[in-house]
Design a binder for this molecule. Structure first.
Ligand code: UD1
Length: 433
């Protein structure tokens, strides 16, 4: 298994181009199941999760072609072009999403809504456990039932079917769910009549999906609000759609600048996608300057502790919680970080402590007391964002940090070592460590 070795303590200085958002690209890929015409996605990131979703869709019969833009540093310097991927679901050969693929990545469950709406049936493996919490799919299933799906769960699979088209209805989510909103939204596009989704998630990735579905001929209004209205149509057509920039990658590299007390110019991204994090960075004393095409993040030596509470968008994202904790571990004074989305998302704490961080967890909150110096150590990560928080802490720590199990990072960060290395980080991948 690969590992990443970092010799920390170097202020980063340079430019980083942000890629397309993983969490936008995955449901967009699933949306290709809704039509027999090609869906072309521009600015696709190159990530293991995207490959896994491609493999899942291929086994359903989707034809996928890619225009590569070349790899390596040249691509990073070339700007936010990403890859262009065309998915054509003209002949679906299987309605079954097998355990082996869905267990690797929860987003595999996104095929349920579109497959059911297009084919009238779907058999999708339950995603199973996950390191950051139980993460049920009960809300996905209840929502689909409310628009007429018959659902049965047996032997680890969800069997969904409908006689004729799904039937539009008013669906109110009892809590905000990103994936649940996306699954229902896709299914509702082909339902008969109007579906009103109340307490819909407002994450920018949902806006990207809704815009894509509209480009395919769907009729969705209320995009960006908590109430989505979908007027069902009998069929959808092809479209060409750009994936929005990855706001979590953006925030992660903003923190790389701050935690090393360096300066990084972020390109190919948007300030408005991540205002909550930029506001918190400013409160901590970090300078954040946004122009139309760039965001420059620069940090002085002393930073102050700032509390953060994770919330659905537009609140502070749970996917930035671990990275924020790493930064706060180096700030002056104490800060309290409260996790409200997932019940078990502090597994990075014992590993950050190995690097010298002073963190205590009390229920859903963690108290972080900033320290002048972190020190390098071997660490192990349990999930994607936890892994990257260890990389960030390692960049700030004096001495050598070895981050094991980097396959988590490859699920969500494209060419991480290369992007950080171009800003002066002493970071390398060790194969098979
Ligand atoms: C998505 C993101 C993930 C992010 C999360 C919250 C993707 C591929 N992943 O995950 O990176 O951390 O949003 O912003 O976009 N829940 C239930 N039952 C359900 C569905 C959800 O109890 O049927 C709970 C979950 O356990 C969790 C909360 O609702 O506690 C929010 O989860 P949700 O918004 O659905 O997250 P995901 O879509 O899985």
């Amino acid at each position: 298994m690969d590992a990443i070795r970092i010799n920390g303590g170097v202020p980063l200085n340079g430019e980083i181009v942000i890629g397309g958002a993983k969490n936008a690209a995955l449901p967009l890929m699933a949306a290709s199941l809704l039509s027999d015409a090609p869906l072309t996605l521009v600015n696709m990131p190159e990530l293991v999760d995207i490959t896994t979703m491609g493999n899942l869709l291929r086994q359903h019969g989707v034809h996928i072609s890619q225009e590569a833009f070349g790899a390596g540093r040249a691509a990073v310097e070339a700007g936010p072009t990403g890859r262009t991927t065309t998915l054509t679901a003209d002949r679906l050969t299987s309605v079954t999403a097998p355990y082996d693929l869905v267990r690797r990545m929860r987003a595999g469950f996104f095929v349920l809504g579109p497959m059911l709406a297009r084919m009238g049936e779907a058999k999708v493996s339950l995603p199973g456990g996950c390191a950051i919490g139980t993460r049920g799919v009960d809300l996905h299933l209840k929502a689909l039932e409310e628009i007429g799906a018959k659902i049965e769960v047996k032997e680890g699979y969800v069997y969904a079917s409908t006689r004729g088209r799904l039937k539009g209805a008013k669906v109110t989510f009892p809590m905000v769910t990103v994936g649940g909103t996306e699954n229902l939204l896709m299914a509702a596009t082909l339902a008969e009549g109007e579906t009103i989704i109340e307490n819909a998630a407002r994450e920018p990735e949902i806006g990207n999906l809704a815009d894509c579905l509209n480009a395919m001929g769907a009729k969705i209004t209320g995009i960006g609000t908590g109430t989505l209205r979908v007027s069902g149509v009998p069929t959808l057509h092809g479209a060409r759609v750009a994936v929005i920039p990855d706001r979590i990658e953006t925030g992660t590299y903003a923190i790389a600048a701050a935690i090393t007390r360096g300066r990084i110019v972020l390109k190919g991204t948007r300030y408005d996608l991540l205002e909550s994090v930029f506001t918190a960075l400013r409160q901590a004393g970090v300078s954040v300057e946004a122009t139309e095409n760039t965001i420059t993040v620069a940090a002085p030596n002393g930073l102050s502790g700032v509390d953060a509470v994770t919330e659905p968008y537009p609140g502070f994202p749970t996917d930035m919680q671990a990275q924020w904790m790493a930064l706060m571990a180096t700030a002056d004074g104490a800060s309290m970080i409260t996790e409200t989305i997932f019940e078990n998302r502090f597994m990075h704490v014992p590993e950050l402590r190995r690097l010298g961080a002073d963190v205590n967890v009390h229920g859903g909150s963690a108290i972080v007391r900033g320290r002048k110096d972190l020190t390098g150590a071997p660490v192990m990560a349990t999930d994607l964002r936890a892994s990257v928080s260890l990389v960030l802490a390692g960049l700030a720590a004096k001495g050598e940090t070895l981050v094991n199990r980097v396959y988590h990072l490859d699920r969500g960060y494209e060419r991480l070592e290369e992007k950080l290395g171009a800003c002066g980080a002493r970071i390398e991948r060790i194969s098979g460590a």
